[in-house]
Design a protein around this ligand. Structure first.
Ligand SMILES: [Fe+2]
Length: 312
């Protein structure tokens, strides 16, 4: 546990600021270790490979709504376990790279430098370079018409050095804005474009690109349960509807700078067996890189489809 954090009872404190009627809810006794002033928590006392009770499931959803970024240490999952967990949290999202490139349906993305045969791929391999697009601040699937609710990552192998992923809260960033700015941005719609963002670092397969036309999403979103608002930007946000290219970039870059100040960042060092779930509706993240020639990295990711669709 890091200095300044402490274990607290989820019953006594962690959800004390929620607007839900807790008189009707018996929260499961798992403990919460806060990770950052804005967001993030490590949850102790849950076995994610077991069948989750409805009560446990409800508390996980509440924890997602409250903390946006959750770690579950000391888990042992198989792909089947992970997909079962994903499907308990909602509708599993079809992984877009495999679907767009080959037409095959898969629910897993592999993050790292290990191919399907277990062979390590180095820094110059096409797949490794393609994944460097993850080094830009982004929200997973914001480029889809119905973007994701959460991503779920399970690490099998992690580098001995480097490879941290950084997270920031777009909810906290929204709350740092003045009232006038909040109401101004409330009226704006952003265009999210996968090809725009990913071709900044590597080519995108033609069929894959054609499967992901640009989509529109409100610049400000609200959590449907607690109504807390947040910015919704990131590298896939190409432009703002009604603004010219230069002005669009000015607005998006300004908001991104305000969202990703050094003190806002929660830097996560992946641990084998520690499941991480983050709320793509209100969190941005980026990889920081590692030496793929030297280290093996193998993590499996699934996503849950979100409730909100983009603007048609
Ligand atoms: Fe990502």
């Amino acid at each position: 546990m890091t200095e300044g954090t402490k274990l607290v009872s989820i019953v006594s404190l962690a959800f004390s600021h929620q607007t839900i009627d807790r008189g009707e809810i018996k929260l499961v006794e798992f403990s919460v270790e806060p990770l950052h002033a804005d967001f993030g928590a490590r949850l102790h006392g849950l076995n994610l490979s077991a069948d989750l009770s409805d009560l446990q499931l409800r508390d996980i959803h509440h924890a997602i709504d409250t903390y946006s970024f959750l770690c579950f240490p000391n888990q042992t999952l198989s792909d089947d376990n992970q997909l079962a967990l994903t499907s308990r949290l909602g509708v599993a999202e079809v992984e877009h790279v495999t679907l767009g490139s080959t037409g095959r349906t898969s629910y897993f993305g592999s993050v790292g430098n290990i191919n399907e045969e277990g062979i390590q791929q180095g820094n110059q391999h096409r797949d490794t370079r393609y994944q460097s697009g993850n080094h830009l601040w982004h929200s997973d699937s914001s480029f889809r018409h119905q973007p994701s609710y959460v991503s779920i990552m399970y690490p099998y192998e992690v580098p001995g050095e480097g490879g941290a992923t950084e997270f920031v809260s777009q909810r906290a960033a929204y709350q740092r804005l003045g009232k006038v700015e909040q109401s101004t941005y409330q009226e704006m719609t952003a265009i999210h474009d996968y090809v725009f963002s990913r071709t900044q670092t590597a080519p995108v397969n033609f069929c894959h690109a054609a499967s992901l036309p640009p989509v529109k999403h409100p610049l400000i979103r609200a959590n449907p349960t607690n109504q807390l608002r947040n910015l919704y930007i990131g590298s896939h946000a190409r432009s703002i509807v009604g603004l010219d290219g230069i002005e669009s970039r000015r607005v998006i870059d300004l908001l991104l700078d305000n969202t990703t100040r050094p003190q806002d960042i929660l830097s996560h060092n992946w641990q084998v067996g520690e499941v991480v779930i983050w709320d793509n509706r209100c969190v941005l993240h980026r990889g920081t890189g590692y030496d793929a020639d030297r280290w093996r990295r193998h993590m499996r990711q699934t996503r849950v489809v979100g409730e909100h669709k983009g603007v048609l």
